[in-house]
Design a protein around this ligand. Structure first.
Ligand SMILES: Cc1cc2nc3c(=O)[nH]c(=O)nc-3n(C[C@H](O)[C@H](O)[C@H](O)COP(=O)(O)O)c2cc1C
Length: 173
């Protein structure tokens, strides 16, 4: 099967994990970059106004694969805005896809993710794996958003998370 791992990352976590999973799958890893530099302010505006930022490569790039595995952060409970144009492409060019993320998890699970993916891609993902930084950190005192947002995955974390993701991915690939 011709699998593409396509990742967007603001602070590096999802890029590092996507690279490791792509290697384990012997899949191509495509990294998304943005035309404008990203700030906390533009994250908030894109998410609140549901804007779709300009990104590279063009969405047609994913048309060459049988299975697309998207990686990216969760922002404000939803898939990060830079992945939107690719999800929209799937609406007119249906393909099997999955969404994988290492998100913060300081406020628990992200229950709106499936609905967001369904709305934007026009179909449910074949696999959705949302792992949490909060589960990598000691639980006492209670993990705060600022702790998860400041956390950068270590090599050990990446190995452990890759193993967890690969176990689930093998069930669907
Ligand atoms: C503005 C902002 C909003 C966020 N919202 C959420 C959220 O709703 N749920 C969650 O689990 N994590 C949330 N996070 C945490 C990120 O998903 C987490 O830090 C992720 O690992 C960052 O990935 P990256 O390094 O690939 O950019 C948020 C982070 C930022 C900066």
């Amino acid at each position: 099967m011709n699998i593409a791992v396509i990742s967007y990352s603001y602070t590096g976590n999802n890029e590092a994990l996507a690279g490791s999973v792509a290697k384990a799958l012997s899949a191509e890893h495509i990294q998304i970059s943005e035309a404008r530099s990203r700030t906390m302010g533009s994250i908030a505006l894109d998410m609140i106004l549901s804007r779709t930022p300009l990104v590279h490569p063009a969405p047609e790039t994913i048309g060459n694969y049988d299975f697309i595995l998207f990686f990216g952060p969760v922002w404000m409970g939803h898939v990060a805005a830079p992945l939107r144009v690719y999800l929209k492409y799937l609406k007119s060019h249906p393909q099997r896809y999955g969404f994988l993320s290492i998100s913060g998890g300081a406020d628990g699970t992200n229950p709106k993710l499936t609905g967001d993916l369904r709305k934007r891609a026009g179909a449910d993902p074949a696999v959705l794996i949302d792992l949490h930084i909060a589960d990598l950190l000691p639980n006492s005192p209670k993990t705060a958003r600022k702790d998860t947002s400041a956390y950068r995955l270590t090599d050990g974390d990446i190995n452990q998370l890759t193993h967890t993701m690969m176990k689930k991915l093998r069930e669907v690939i």
